[in-house]
Design a binder for this molecule. Sequence first.
Ligand code: FUL
Length: 483
Amino acid sequence: MHRYSLLLVFLVLGITSCSEKREVLPPQPLGPIPSDDQLIWHRMELNAFVHFTINTFTDKEWGYGDESPELFDPSAFDADQWIKTLKDAGFKGVILTAKHHDGFALWPSKYTEHSIKNSPFQGGQGDIVKSVSESAKKYGLKFGTYLSPWDRNRADYGEASYMEYYRDQLKELFTGYGPVFEMWFDGANGGDGYYDGARETRTIDRQRYYDWPNTLAMVDSIQPQVLFFSDAGPDIRWVGNERGLAGETNWNTITPDTLYAGKAGIEELLQQGAEGGSHWIPAEVDVSIRPGWFYHQSQDSLVRSAENLFQLYLTSVGRGSNLLLNVPPDRRGLFHEKDVASLQGFRKILDSVFKKDLVKSAQITAESFRGNDERFSPSNLNDGNGDTYWATDDEVVQTSFEISFGVPKSMNYLLLQEYIPLGQRVAAFEVQVPKGNGWETIAKGTTIGYKRILEFGGIEASKLRIKITDALGCPVISNVGVY
Ligand code: FUL
């Protein structure tokens, strides 16, 4: 009897520990995490900006607001040419300047005469916003829009009534043109302008004038999926420069309490984000393929080369941000041949650099994996599935995994991705190759985030070890690639 009860105790214990083993839980989300729409956005990686308006015809960057609508007359406008070029180059979304600072509306807004409806283009019947949104839909790109809060044409810019006008225009854009994935609010606000003949300088309270909470809530009530971009978010933040550079340290988190569009002195914070920040507000890298945002014939010889675009890719997408590359149509209403050639070349470089992932046929082992449960094993790192990941036990923060190629391979790039639905965690890592009986560090990085690409410039090794040296919690890595 006594012996039987002992056996029973063992059995019960055994069953409990077995069932405990089976119940290894995934890591809990750590800190702020992306919303579903932000996650979709991260996965887009490459989006295009299109600056097109009356400036294209006046050779200006910032129209004063007194330009006659008569000037807007592209001779061979073809939105499909833009969108097909972008699609072929791998872009997933397009954001159009529906109205820039000069106030000219590229759609026939019923709230102003300063619009395409009073231009000679298509006999006043044209609607660029419609053509571009429809073409984007046709080619499977998402459509986004930019509506400059600053309006140098309006008589009442600076007064309360202008905000009514601005909101009415937002309503037009958000009800008439299908789903909008991203809305861009520019930080350039207030200054001199035409203002319907006043020709003066007007300053506004950048923090309060636009009543952003209510303005955004209004848009959100029409299209809840839209992501708002501004210097300070709330969904996507500016990266703090227009040179194409995300921070090598780039947290998707930041504490936006004291931030607002146009606030000075926050460039570095925006570029790097903040470890432990209170909100998930990833940085977007906006940069132009030409020196200007708008087309100028004088800049035809200054279009970024394909190699230069690839460098921009490495300093934006390769640092965990999205690239928003501006491609300005010319006076014909077409992407210029030089820009098209660079975009095609850019695609070729991407395809050739990332053609062969050496990890696909390699063995991956890790110091440990969570609860020894296969669901969290390092084999998830090269299974081509972004929804599986390698994770360790909660208390295992400094750890490593090894990639064995079998034979020496020469390689140029390492690509890492964290599984960001559970938060951004890694703060420092090292890349090592075997040396003697140990390892030698050949590269170091800080954050990973959605994607981190390190360039080695050609090394040869039969093994790589990725050592996580600092993280906010146990690492959760979904993908590794070596090229
Ligand atoms: C800036 C604007 O002033 C430029 O003209 C351009 O639109 C750029 C994307 O944002 O703040």
